[in-house]
Design a protein around this ligand. Sequence first.
Ligand SMILES: [Zn+2]
Length: 309
Amino acid sequence: MNHVLAIDIGGTKLAAALVDASGSVLRSGTRPTPGQEVMAALRGLIEEVTEGGPEPGAVGIGCAGPLDLAAGTVSPVNMPSWRGFPLRDEVRKVTGLPTVLAGDAQCMALGEHWLGAGQETRALLGIVVSTGIGGGLVVGGTPLLGPTGNAGHVGHMSVDPYGERCECGGRGCVERYASGPNMARWALENGWTPGRASTGDPVVADARTLAGDAAAGDPVAVAAFERGARALAGMIASTAAAVEITTVVVGGGVSQAGPVLFGPLEAALDDVGGLGFVRAVEVRPTTLGVRAGLAGAAKLAWDYSRSAS
Ligand SMILES: [Zn+2]
């Protein structure tokens, strides 16, 4: 076999690609994630990408969580029509191919390790900072998925046991401080007037506007990024202490904020980290961007097909 089929499933977009063993994409396609009948849309996308092309040897799927890898089921928070949905078996039925499943952020981490900013790293944490915060670990070149596939859920690691209640039911989760909507929310609560730095476009009180204002020196916007960065630093230091990660790759929409995020993040890590191996953790921005998830799903399929043969 010369290709695998990689699939990336998120709340807003479905993506699929035929990918060879070096990571090159032969064919690809995307479509919006519908509110209902997601499987029908996915079936159409699979046909579009595979029809008339070389027969792939295996399928790798990255899907928003939570999921249950033993059962092959998914229950993405932002896709209410899928609860305990047997995604792996459904895709196996459609394609007739060996099919393997992991979380979308786990695939991002694996993709960055294979082809992106995390190449050659011995123990990698990939995080996606966006409307939520996801994560995945790649240790010794192998994804660390956990018994039910939920390892790396670092967005819901508590960095303040006395902190605010999170949507997940927990308290003081990183996501509550560092996701795009939560940084914008905190800034608004603390007197941020969105868009002072903008050039006349309609102003939306979101993380992108907040990043522009922080870059222009708005003190509340700067403080919101510092607060988010500090929460991320606490999570990174804790993860380093637990599994001795050497490297962190940060992706997701909020990572595009650049220096207003990465500057405070480096400073906070210096302050929060104590032990030498924790302080030595290196933080890098993504190099694959939105392609990381598909790359990781492809790598998952390649590794699966090799282990099965
Ligand atoms: Zn939480």
